[in-house]
Design a protein around this ligand. Structure first.
Ligand code: S3P
Length: 202
């Protein structure tokens, strides 16, 4: 459980945004911050990876190895599309780290009243958070000659992150999670949303 440092009835105008999407690299804190944020603004929290796992009845790693990445990516797009069809619900949705890279997914997200928040994080900190993780198939880097496991993981994180930065930076709000706790990140996001609200109602 999270410490109840945030009040659970923070007011933000969800008239404008029915969906708050959290995007960013694995380990950036999307699920942790997302569920905290959802409780705070009294919205439903959804995690695209968990929905896909539920639907297939197996872990993301097994979906990758048994069905292939393409099947996973199709499921990811289906989840986004289905989430959008449920009207009149406030939602905070944590997306898998690669979901925002697909143009079709970005369009679906941006065409609907969605606010997109990028949780950024340094490679060094991502490495620290992901170093013992075994269930992220895209981070199982093959060792190059003379390379340590640590170097291979750092290289893999840096390569993927560089490839994805441009799309991540299309978000409406960017928040660094490198040196912030989930509560601090949520607080930062709420303040930013209030600023956006104030600007648009002027
Ligand atoms: C992926 C990130 C994972 C998961 C899948 C693919 C990616 O989600 O969707 O392993 O492409 O970066 P998290 O960002 O929650 O780890």
């Amino acid at each position: 459980m999270f410490p109840l440092i945030l009040s659970t009835n923070e007011w933000i105008s969800m008239d404008k945004w029915h969906n708050i999407f959290l995007i960013g690299f694995s380990g950036s804190g999307k699920s942790t911050v997302g569920s905290l944020l959802a409780r705070t603004v009294r919205a439903t929290f959804l995690d695209s990876d968990s929905l896909i796992e539920e639907c297939f009845g197996k872990s993301i790693s097994r979906i990758f190895s048994e069905e292939g990445e393409n099947t996973f990516r199709e499921a990811e797009s289906d989840v986004i599309s289905e989430v959008m069809t449920v009207a009149n619900t406030r939602r905070v949705i944590a997306l898998g780290g690669g979901a925002f890279q697909t143009r079709g997914n970005r369009q679906m997200i941006m065409d609907h009243d969605s606010l997109v928040i990028y949780l950024s994080c340094s490679v060094r900190e991502l490495y620290r958070r992901l170093t013992n993780n075994t269930d992220r198939p895209l981070l199982q880097a093959r060792l190059r000659p003379g390379e340590s496991k640590r170097q291979a993981l750092q290289r893999q994180i840096a390569t993927l992150l560089n490839r994805r930065r441009k799309q991540y930076s299309l978000a409406d709000i960017t928040v660094s999670t490198t040196n912030r706790s989930p509560v601090e990140v949520s607080r930062f996001i709420l303040n930013k949303i209030k600023e956006l609200d104030a600007k648009s109602s002027r």
